[in-house]
Design a protein around this ligand. Structure first.
Ligand code: P6P
Length: 319
């Protein structure tokens, strides 16, 4: 008998009911976003808008549509005290709720037009009692109580952690979320790396050394051939790593020392998942979940996946 998301949550009697309700609401919201993405060509919802978001990135129609879906207050029924999105300058406060919700409504949205995998990433922090201020949002990732993503690809899959490992669910023909993974794990070693190679000339020497050794293959210092993947979709690359291992890298470099990816709604939730699956997640040298945020949209370097490889990168960057 397949385990549904509802049954999975009910089986965690130790979790607060409001968190279980929030996770169920997130799953339903991701199902709506997934259907919207799947029908975007038919409904002429693809392509870019004549506007930029707070990141300075040209917004796609789906970025805004997915963000609007996430902003529907009724979805969070008093569970969420405040929320912050990649697509909005400031946070949105609601009257009451036990949690703060961070999200990237469509990660990798430029992939939609070319039918590549995209996803929704979310992170959950406890909310303060009483008045809400920006400092309540700027808490290190180790304080997360839940995190996950929905990947919209050949399958729609919800990957989730509540601090007890990493599980995954897929909607059946009736749209019921059925558990399809019970304990996703990242092997400590890998022969597969993911990085945008076109930035090679901008990387710091430690990154250049690590990648050059991988590319040198079995005749090089690693004594083994490596494979490379790069989907230009963090959710897609991370899902592969949670499924078969690997190392994902978007490091800070001489062009952009702070890196490209965002801490609060990309690196923190993905870092929580990776650690819960037995991997490591750093900014190159420091644990992502220990970084003290200074802004909702701050960026960070990201090196995550198979623990021994992430440790090797830190060693090379510190040499
Ligand atoms: P590049 C998508 O825009 C994203 O934020 C991540 O999902 C992805 O890993 C990265 O940027 C891709 O960046 O520079 O290769 O296009």
């Amino acid at each position: 008998m397949p385990v549904t998301l509802t049954a999975f949550l009910e089986g965690h009697s130790d979790l607060p009911q409001s968190l279980k309700t929030l996770i169920a609401a997130m799953a339903e919201t991701c199902a709506v976003i997934g259907r919207t993405v799947n029908l975007s060509a038919v409904n002429d919802l693809q392509g870019a808008l004549e506007q930029e978001n707070v990141q300075g990135e040209v917004q796609k129609q789906l970025d805004v549509i997915a963000n609007d879906i996430m902003l529907e207050e009724a979805r969070w029924k008093g569970m969420v005290r405040g929320l912050a999105s990649e697509e909005m300058d400031d946070y949105v406060a609601f009257d009451k709720g036990d949690y703060l919700l961070f999200f990237d409504p469509i990660d990798g949205s430029s992939n939609v037009d070319v039918n590549g995998v995209v996803g929704t990433i979310f992170s959950v922090l406890p909310a303060p009692q009483g008045d809400l201020s920006l400092s309540d949002f700027l808490r290190p990732g180790r304080e997360q109580v839940a995190a996950g993503y929905a990947a919209y690809g050949p399958q729609t899959i919800l990957v989730l952690t509540v601090g007890k490992g990493v599980v995954a669910f897929t909607p059946d023909a009736d749209g019921v979320w059925i558990q399809t993974k019970t304990a996703m794990t990242v092997p400590s070693t890998t022969r597969e790396f993911a990085i945008n190679m076109s930035n090679h000339r901008h990387w710091f020497p430690g990154i250049q050394r690590y990648i050059d050794e991988c590319v040198a293959g079995k005749d090089g210092p690693r004594g083994a051939d490596f494979n490379m993947r790069w989907l230009a979709s963090m959710v897609g690359d991370v899902h592969r790593i949670l499924t078969r291992g690997g190392i994902f890298m978007y490091p800070g470099d001489t062009k952009r020392a702070e890196g490209k990816l965002r801490l609060m709604y990309e690196a923190n939730p993905i870092g929580f998942l990776i650690e819960q699956a037995g991997g490591k997640a750093t900014n190159g040298t420091t644990r992502i979940l220990d970084l003290q945020p200074t802004g909702l949209h701050q960026r960070t370097g990201v090196v995550l996946g198979s623990a021994e490889e992430v440790a090797r990168v830190a060693e090379y960057l510190s040499a």
